[in-house]
Design a protein around this ligand. Structure first.
Ligand code: VGL
Ligand code: ZN
Length: 193
């Protein structure tokens, strides 16, 4: 596959924040191992005039998804804390658009389209194709990919720049099947130019 990147293509880097990476409050094991590849994708998108978006989980204190509220997760990605910062090794290019999600205390969001401006911003730039990488494969990556397909974008999954939690064996494989079954196209760095 040789996919040309141009101004109709957007890279969406999902939730590469300290709390989702090793050492963080809700770490994705080996999540840091994809940073170098994501940086390479971002470099190519910049060089080819593609758009680059970075999403972040952006919770207020006492968010409904936290264990203290009966949710699934330890407190994580609290607004304006170090845990919510992007990983220091992630190289976000000049002009990157940041999309914050799940910023209301009573509402969770696993998709970067849910309750955000992402669709509007993509449409504003007349984006037709989105390329999704980041963490976690079974959570925000999967839900963002499925929503992108539903909203009519040609949607590519960066197979070498995603990482899952694999809380139960097979979770990542099932998520991949769900995304590909819905129409996502798996690609690798070598496929874009
Ligand atoms: C996410 C766990 C907790 C995600 C968000 O967006 O993948 N995962 N909050
Ligand atoms: Zn969260």
């Amino acid at each position: 596959m040789a996919l040309p990147i141009d101004k109709t293509a957007a890279l969406i880097i999902v939730d590469m924040q300290n709390d989702f990476l090793p050492g963080g409050a809700a770490a994705v094991p080996k999540g840091d191992e994809i940073i170098g590849t994501l940086n390479q994708y971002a470099g190519i998108f910049m060089a080819k005039s593609g758009a680059v978006f970075a999403t972040r989980d952006w919770h207020p204190m006492h968010h409904i998804s936290f264990k203290e509220r009966g949710g699934l997760w330890p407190a994580h990605c609290i607004q304006n804390t170090k845990g919510a910062d992007f990983h220091p090794k992630l190289k976000l290019p000049f002009g990157v658009e940041i999309i914050s999600k799940a910023f209301l205390v009573e509402k969770d969001a696993y998709s970067a389209f849910e309750g955000t401006e992402l669709k509007r911003r993509l449409d504003h730039k007349v984006i037709q194709r989105v390329f999704v990488g980041g963490v976690a494969t079974e959570q925000c990556v999967k839900n963002t990919v499925l929503d992108a397909i539903r909203r009519g974008f040609e949607t590519y999954l960066l197979a070498d720049a995603i990482q899952g939690i694999e809380a139960r064996s097979g979770d990542v494989a099932r998520a991949m099947q769900t995304m590909v079954g819905a129409g996502a196209i798996q690609i690798f760095l070598k496929d874009i130019q």
